[in-house]
Design a protein around this ligand. Structure first.
Ligand SMILES: C[S@@+](CC[C@H](N)C(=O)[O-])C[C@H]1O[C@@H](n2cnc3c(N)ncnc32)[C@H](O)[C@@H]1O
Length: 221
């Protein structure tokens, strides 16, 4: 794969759209099943909870999450790409007994009721956010006291292999993200690493892994 082709693929990861975007999303469902499952485990969604997800893609990997919150639960997906939002709405409403809302748009432009969420999850999304402080300060008030948030990211060496910096996206270590979370008022920050061996994208191979960052809002009651 030459640099132009890699740029096209990586930019589709940031904003999957059109026929190629649908193909890239289907491939992401294979590649990102493990990291998403580990992220959902860390979030530990419970029956009846209200959970928001930033960047769910086509929704296929969020099925276990919407099932876990049951018929009393509520799921809000916030997805930048209209094409992904349409797929996610269809897929998740078909399988869920929970209330499923999918907002099509940039998560940075969304406003939610203060202290309404039990949890928030975003897998493979933070690379595309320029100002982490702004995002974390925006979402923290959405969470109830003791509300959890989980971010799944790839290791620095994986993202460097895919030249994320060259294409204008962000490569951040879990330490940097943890520090930004702490600065924005999150507590109990933990990081878990899972080795996934060698990954591949076309003819590019790279060391792959899943980093799961979990944080919580302090109990103010
Ligand atoms: C790399 S994909 C990850 C999809 C899925 N979470 C996964 O891990 O397979 C990133 C997703 O986040 C969405 N996204 C990127 N920036 C976003 C933003 N500012 N607000 C909401 N969604 C965003 C993209 O449209 C895309 O669907």
């Amino acid at each position: 794969m030459d640099k132009k082709q890699l740029r096209q693929v990586v930019n589709q990861l940031a904003y999957p759209h059109g026929d190629f975007g649908l193909d890239v999303a289907a491939k992401m469902n294979e590649t990102n099943a493990f990291i998403t499952a580990r992220s959902i485990e860390a979030l530990a969604p419970k029956n009846g909870e209200y959970i928001a997800e930033l960047g769910p893609g086509n929704g296929a990997l969020s099925i276990d999450l919407v099932r876990a919150i049951g018929s009393e639960g509520r799921y809000l997906g916030i997805e930048l790409s209209d094409d992904m939002a349409i797929s996610a709405r269809k897929t998740l409403r078909e399988v869920a007994s929970a209330r499923v809302d999918i907002h099509s748009g940039d998560c940075r432009s969304v406003s939610l009721t203060k202290a309404s969420l039990d949890g928030l999850i975003a897998v493979n999304v933070l690379y595309f956010i320029d100002d982490l402080d702004r995002l974390f300060n925006q979402i923290r008030p959405w969470l109830k006291p003791m509300g959890r948030c989980v971010f799944g990211i790839r290791p620095v060496r994986t993202l460097e292999s895919l030249k994320f910096h060259d294409f204008g996206h962000h490569i951040r270590s879990p330490e940097i993200i943890g520090n930004r979370l702490q600065k924005s008022g999150f507590a109990d920050i933990s990081v878990t690493y899972h080795d996934e061996g060698e990954g591949s994208l076309g003819d590019i191979t790279f060391p792959n892994g899943s980093i799961i960052i979990r944080a919580q809002v302090a109990d103010e009651s």
